[in-house]
Ligand binder design. Structure first.
Ligand SMILES: Cc1cc2nc3c(=O)[nH]c(=O)nc-3n(C[C@H](O)[C@H](O)[C@H](O)COP(=O)(O)O)c2cc1C
Length: 268
């Protein structure tokens, strides 16, 4: 439900103009309201609340006082440094992150955009490195099985380069990372394919701004689909599917410079 404080509202129309589903309409006095039969279309994006210069709007019980204030943004040069210097980290210190950092990372996920503002993403965060032992062991068992049965040759013809590593028990997938974050979505979410990747892209940048190393773990997404034992360990709600996964932890590698990546193509 959206409530507008008549005493505070100056009838500027900012909330009416910014409502994506166009349900905010001025009443006879010019004060915006949402008709009862229109309320169902509200996506709880809270734009009406965020845009109101007077703090006159309450959106689904969220008040202006509940909102984060407007703060200083990183300057573009520093933000660009973050984009350039973010690296996929595949060497980690064998230690857990402190709880404060883990909590910060988890809290930031609330601001990830999702299609239709669908807030049903489900995150599994492996917070204790000893819990990773199960996934490492099961992954190693599965990779060896795929190699022995010849299936690996079919799904990943280049695996031979890693044959000795895998057979020798090297953690080629989870890279000895102390932490893993997995995102799942309801199978029928409006943007089920995109939302998890976007969430972890935000997580990635925020983590690296905190000095936390990250690495996309595309192979883990497939492994969770193939391996019921690993998937069940995540204990996902029914009707959910895994979308994306990322390793993270304290980096045990430092880069002396950024890279010079090949430019993508642009229409000329
Ligand atoms: C969708 C996606 C899946 C990825 N999966 C893996 C993976 O399974 N293992 C891995 O070590 N790196 C993975 N990466 C990391 C890429 O290899 C890496 O981003 C690329 O080599 C560029 O290096 P940089 O991230 O350090 O700039 C993945 C990246 C993306 C975007």
């Amino acid at each position: 439900m959206i409530l507008v404080d008549k005493g505070k509202c100056v009838r500027c129309g900012a909330c009416v103009k910014d409502c994506i589903v166009e349900i905010m309409k001025p009443d006879a006095d010019g004060v915006p309201f949402v008709a009862e039969n229109e309320a169902q279309y509200c996506t709880n994006c809270q734009h009406c609340l965020a845009v109101c210069p007077q703090g006159a709007v309450i959106c689904h019980e969220v008040t202006p006082e509940n909102c984060a204030p407007i703060g200083e943004l990183p300057d573009p040069e520093k933000f660009m440094n973050l984009l350039r210097q973010r690296r996929s980290i595949r060497q980690y210190k064998d230690e857990n992150l402190d709880q404060e950092t883990l909590d910060k990372l988890k809290a930031a996920l609330a601001w990830t955009p999702t299609g239709c503002n669908d807030h049903r993403l489900y995150f599994v965060v492996i917070e204790d490195k000893t819990e990773m032992d199960f996934f490492r062991a099961e992954m190693s068992r599965m990779l060896k099985f795929l190699i022995k049965t010849g299936i690996m040759r079919l799904i990943y013809p280049n695996f031979k380069r890693y044959l000795a590593d895998i057979m020798g028990g090297k953690d080629v997938v989870f890279r000895n990372a102390p932490h893993l974050i997995v995102v799942a979505t309801p199978k029928k979410a409006p943007c089920a394919e995109a939302d998890p990747w976007i969430a972890l892209s935000h997580f990635d940048l925020f983590a690296q701004s905190l000095g936390v190393g990250t690495c996309w773990c595309g192979f883990a997404v497939h492994a969770f689909k193939w391996n019921g034992k690993m998937r069940r360990k995540l204990n996902l709600p029914s009707g959910y599917k895994i979308g994306a996964a990322m390793l993270f932890g304290k980096p045990d590698v430092q880069y002396a410079r950024a890279t010079a990546p090949k430019q993508f193509q642009f229409r000329t």
